[in-house]
Design a protein. Structure first.
Length: 472
DNA sequence: ATGTAC
């Protein structure tokens, strides 16, 4: 183990494991360690770590892996956060980078996507044929067949099998806790992108020679065009966080539990509030998976309009980075919280879904706007961190600080606006999304290097952006 | 992140 890329910190409340290059660790700041110390005050916690993209969040840092033994587990809405089930989805196309060489064609494609996917604030979808209750209860299996194009061969339907879980099961009585207005709003939000760091990108693949055999098994080729989607559970996850958070807080005061941070709420998994949260959280995971699926369905339609009706987008994988789930590690069952961290199982691990048993499943890691994203594969040594790796570049300055620092011209030049290889963006006025400029984030290449050097995962492919669709 | 909310 290279001590330049890993260190164990002995905090007053317990041990913190940090997987980051020396320089990235020193850039994290005192607040990040203070938050770890608060998290470590939650009873029975067995393990806590940061990935190199760790930065301050509400109650818990983005970049946290926090683990309990299942039978003595505590579950925390504050660790999972309000964008429950937020994550990534990647689709493969049969197009090559040269097919999108013409900037006018990239603009046409972005416009076609924009016509199908609402991106503005208070955006509304229009899926009157989808029942929200079915989506929440059954995930992808709750969608009408027309939205699952390969559904007539269920066992081979890649949109079902190439996901972390196409359906999270839970006690449906918990759904009664969410008020009617949220149901109404959430139904209308299905198939909308959301704001902030959420995006749809068209990217070109560069393979890592050392892992060419894995890439080929995944169906990846050099220069191939892929679609990457980053979105979550929209208002539904926020409502789940809010309603169960207040129930969990009541349980805490009844049990006399607390840490130095009152915003950090948690309850025994085996308590009424803990179970209610877990159930509702699973409904939000179902919502998030379906939302990304519907976004991909709309992008597929946009590709068909632009490149012909036979164009197909096959699912590479769909994987979240904000959730808590029971997992088996060794012979024991653990409750693993991942807040801004990505699971990356190694080749041969039994937890891999069937299509990826031998290679390990793809771990999908987004970069910031204008920079590359990565497709990673887990390695056996990742077991020491419960197979958690980073979730992206990680913010380095606040949205407000970014608006102060970065000019529209600087942002435009980082997107090469006006050049032949311009990254085409749906927004004509870049001011609206300037807080998403690359200067707001750490250097994703350094983050990935840290993850590789710490032996948590390997790079299978790097994906360079050709076009991006962002919300506000 | 969020049909933000002091």
């Amino acid at each position: 183990m290279d001590t330049n890329y890993y260190r164990r910190i002995d905090l007053p409340a317990g041990e913190l494991h940090v997987f980051a290059h020396h320089d990235l660790y020193h850039a994290m700041g005192a607040k990040v360690l203070e938050m770890a110390n608060n998290n470590l005050q939650i009873p029975n916690i067995r393990y806590m770590s940061y990935t190199p993209d760790a930065h301050v969040g509400v109650g818990t840092c983005i970049g946290t892996t926090a683990v309990w033994r299942a039978e003595e587990g505590f579950v925390s809405p504050s660790i999972v956060g309000s964008d429950i089930g937020c994550g990534m989805r990647v689709h493969l196309t049969s197009l090559q980078e040269r097919d999108l060489q013409d900037v006018k064609l990239r603009r046409k494609l972005v416009k076609a996507i924009e016509r199908r996917i609402p991106v503005e604030n208070h955006a509304r979808g229009h899926f009157s044929d989808i029942r929200l209750e079915h989506v929440l209860l059954k995930g992808l299996h709750g969608l009408p067949g027309k939205y699952v194009p390969d559904a007539y061969t269920p066992r081979k339907a890649t949109s079902m099998t190439h996901v972390e879980s196409s359906r999270f099961a839970f006690d449906e009585d918990a759904l009664n806790r969410i008020p009617e207005p949220v149901w109404h709003r959430s139904h209308r939000q299905l198939g909308t992108l959301g704001g902030g760091n959420h995006f749809i990108e068209i990217q070109a693949v560069s393979l890592n020679e050392a892992n060419r055999s894995i890439a080929e098994r995944w169906g990846l080729k050099d220069g191939q065009v892929v679609v990457m989607i980053h979105s979550g559970s929209r208002a539904w996850g926020g409502a789940v966080n809010q309603f169960s958070g207040s129930e969990v807080a009541k349980t805490m005061s009844r049990l006399g539990l607390g840490t130095a941070d009152p915003r950090l709420v948690f309850a025994p998994l085996d308590s009424e509030a803990g179970r209610m949260y877990a159930n509702l959280m699973y409904s939000a995971l179902n919502f998030a998976v379906v939302n990304r699926h519907l976004l991909a369905y709309a992008v597929r339609d946009a590709f068909r309009e632009t490149f012909g009706s036979k164009t197909e987008l096959t699912t590479l994988y769909d994987l979240m980075h904000n959730y808590a789930c029971e997992e088996t590690h060794g012979s024991d069952s653990y409750l693993v919280h991942r807040k801004g961290t990505t699971r990356a199982l190694p080749p041969g691990h039994p937890g891999n879904p069937e299509p990826y048993k031998e290679t390990g499943h793809p771990a999908l890691i987004p970069g910031s706007m204008g920079t590359a994203s990565y497709l990673m594969a887990g390695v056996p040594e990742g077991a020491r961190n419960y197979y958690s790796i980073c979730h992206g570049a990680g913010r380095v300055r606040s949205r407000n600080a970014t608006k102060q620092l970065v000019t529209v011209n600087e942002f435009a030049s980082s997107l090469r606006i006006g050049q032949d290889d311009e990254i085409v963006v749906n927004h004509r006025a870049l001011e609206a999304i300037i807080d998403e400029s690359p200067q707001a984030y750490k250097d994703v290449d350094q983050i990935i290097d840290s993850v590789v050097q710490a032996r948590l995962a390997d790079v299978v492919a790097k994906c360079r952006p050709l076009a991006a669709v962002k919300g506000v």
